[in-house]
Design a protein around this ligand. Structure first.
Ligand SMILES: NC(=O)c1ccc[n+]([C@@H]2O[C@H](COP(=O)([O-])OP(=O)(O)OC[C@H]3O[C@@H](n4cnc5c(N)ncnc54)[C@H](OP(=O)(O)O)[C@@H]3O)[C@@H](O)[C@H]2O)c1
Length: 344
């Protein structure tokens, strides 16, 4: 099978995906009889490139790395915006790794609608479309007989959503607990060592753990969006990030964090979704966890999720050492699964 891919965004994740596709070309062909071409790339400030015969991915990486514009690789009529690009690019699958407005899930949700309505598979690393429009987009994908996959939206490429689809069959998930935001986890680990929140943020920015604007991490919003994704996809909830009872870590002091540690506990920004009767309640809160709780052992930039289900009582997935390539890996797995028809 040959799959034509259009990429939305060519930032850290999408460029890591391009490199991963190049690195895995042979194994995709050998193990899955799968070949690919990238027929288009869309960006916000570096232009648009479409080539129905397939772009030279190495050349596209060089153009962006050297600060150039992708338009130099474009063939055909000029493209003015990303929705027109989705319409114009001859592609079977759109792989999206653009920006997220955490308050609205846009513009990526509109890109997902346009792609699926146009009969393309939609693969995203962006939490927005899943947190704000999971049911609608899943139904649209079903009607169009296309895949809507998003493994990388929570815990990068770790298969926490694939577990639900492929492994937790005939199972009711009763509760999900997780450490889902690595920035706040890193900060809390630093505070245990007596480093203030502000100094820990600066340290995290210096080593590239956190983006320049860490506000949505510290106030718990990023974690809230992620627990909504898990609850909606794995528990059948229909929550939005605003439904989450959310408190960040801004009010915690070094004394709080070290006091917990002296008492044999650790402060963690705990994300939780629990079935209560017919409803599902979700929260994000700084919580003191006993050291016997596996989630208390998740340090620095690692993340973890525990599923409590009616079949497997406690299942915990832990992920460490993440980078844009681990996120890109989730998108690659989504692409393979869609090519294998796993979306039906
Ligand atoms: N970084 C990670 O490890 C990670 C992990 C999990 C999920 N994610 C998610 O993956 C997505 C991408 O993250 P990233 O780290 O790759 O971000 P990034 O480096 O900032 O790249 C974003 C890319 O999207 C492009 N873009 C922005 N708005 C666009 C638009 N309207 N149309 C077309 N392209 C647009 C940008 O264009 P310019 O190049 O012109 O700026 C850039 O190429 C985000 O949603 C993020 O939440 C990232």
């Amino acid at each position: 099978m040959h799959i034509r891919i259009a990429m939305l965004g060519y930032g850290n994740v999408a460029r890591a995906l391009a490199r991963l596709l190049l690195r895995k070309t042979d194994i995709l062909q050998k193990d899955y009889d799968l070949t690919f071409s990238v027929t288009g790339i869309a960006t916000r400030s570096r232009g648009y490139a479409i080539n129905p015969d397939g772009l030279d991915l190495e050349a596209a990486l060089q153009v962006v790395d050297s600060g150039g514009k992708l338009d130099t690789l474009h063939r055909g009529e000029p493209v003015s915006d990303t929705l027109s690009f989705i319409d114009a690019c001859p592609a079977d699958a759109i792989m999206e790794a653009t920006w997220l407005d955490p308050q609205t899930g846009q513009p990526a949700t509109d890109y997902a609608r346009a792609a699926l309505r146009g009969g393309r598979h939609f693969i995203t690393a962006n939490k927005g479309p899943v947190a704000y429009a999971y049911r609608e987009l899943s139904e649209l994908a079903r009607q169009q007989d296309r895949g809507f996959f998003f493994e990388s939206t929570v815990m990068d490429g770790a298969p926490v959503l694939g577990i639900g689809r492929e492994a937790l069959l005939a199972t009711t998930v009763q509760r999900i607990r997780g450490i889902l935001n690595s920035t706040t986890n890193y900060i809390l680990t630093c505070m245990e060592d007596g480093i203030s929140l502000d100094a820990a943020v600066a340290q995290a920015q210096q080593i590239g753990v956190v983006e320049s604007e860490p506000g949505t991490d510290i106030d718990g919003w990023d974690a809230a969006v992620k627990i909504v994704v898990l609850a909606n996809v794995l528990m059948g909830a229909d929550l939005r990030p605003g439904d989450v009872d959310c408190t960040g870590i801004a009010e915690l002091s070094i004394a709080d964090v070290q006091g917990a540690l002296k008492a044999g506990e650790r402060y963690k920004l705990l994300c939780e979704a629990a079935r209560e009767g017919d409803t599902i309640q979700a929260s994000v809160k700084p919580v003191r966890l006993p050291l016997s709780d596996p989630l208390s052992q998740i340090g620095r930039t690692s993340s973890a999720v525990t599923f409590e289900t009616d079949t497997l009582h406690h299942l915990t997935v832990v992920e460490g050492d993440t980078d844009p390539t681990t996120t890109a890996f989730g998108m690659l797995v989504d692409m393979i699964n869609i090519a294998r028809g796993r979306y039906r």
